[in-house]
Design a protein around this ligand. Structure first.
Ligand SMILES: [Zn+2]
Length: 135
């Protein structure tokens, strides 16, 4: 099965959270935008994030857009990555009422939508609670 080249970047992100790092000021950037948001200089060096972070803020969606009804209600969170950037992502493997600010989370790859034009299956990163095991 051929994968259209325009999906290449998305395919990469299926497994790793890849952004960029600014070689001028050291800021890490996600999503990749090729320009540093801090110093406005070109920043095109790939940087792989750990995928770990914590919930910075969140809101639960009870009336989702078409195509996402099955998963409602679900929680969208603003996650602060360990490396600094804030990214918006859906939380998974957690009940809405268990989500709290500061909760440690980690990235997982999940199927986002089973149907769509041409039957394409979309994947996206989500975040789930990070298990804290004693010992
Ligand atoms: Zn910079």
């Amino acid at each position: 099965m051929n994968v259209p080249s325009r999906n290449w970047r998305l395919q990469q992100q299926r497994y790793r959270l890849v952004g960029e790092v600014c070689n001028h000021c050291g800021v890490t950037i996600f999503p990749p935008r090729d320009v540093c948001p801090e110093c406005a200089l070109p920043a095109q060096t790939p940087f792989t994030f750990s995928g770990r972070g914590e919930v910075y803020s969140y809101s639960t969606i009870y009336h989702p857009p078409a195509g996402f009804e099955e998963s409602a209600p679900y929680t969208m969170a603003l996650v602060r990555l360990e490396e600094g950037p804030l990214i918006t992502a859906q939380l998974t493997d957690v009940a809405a009422e268990q989500v709290e600010i500061g909760m440690p989370v980690e990235m997982v790859t999940r199927r986002l939508q089973a149907e769509g034009e041409e039957g394409v299956i979309s994947y996206s990163y989500k975040f789930r609670p990070r298990l804290r095991r004693a010992g």
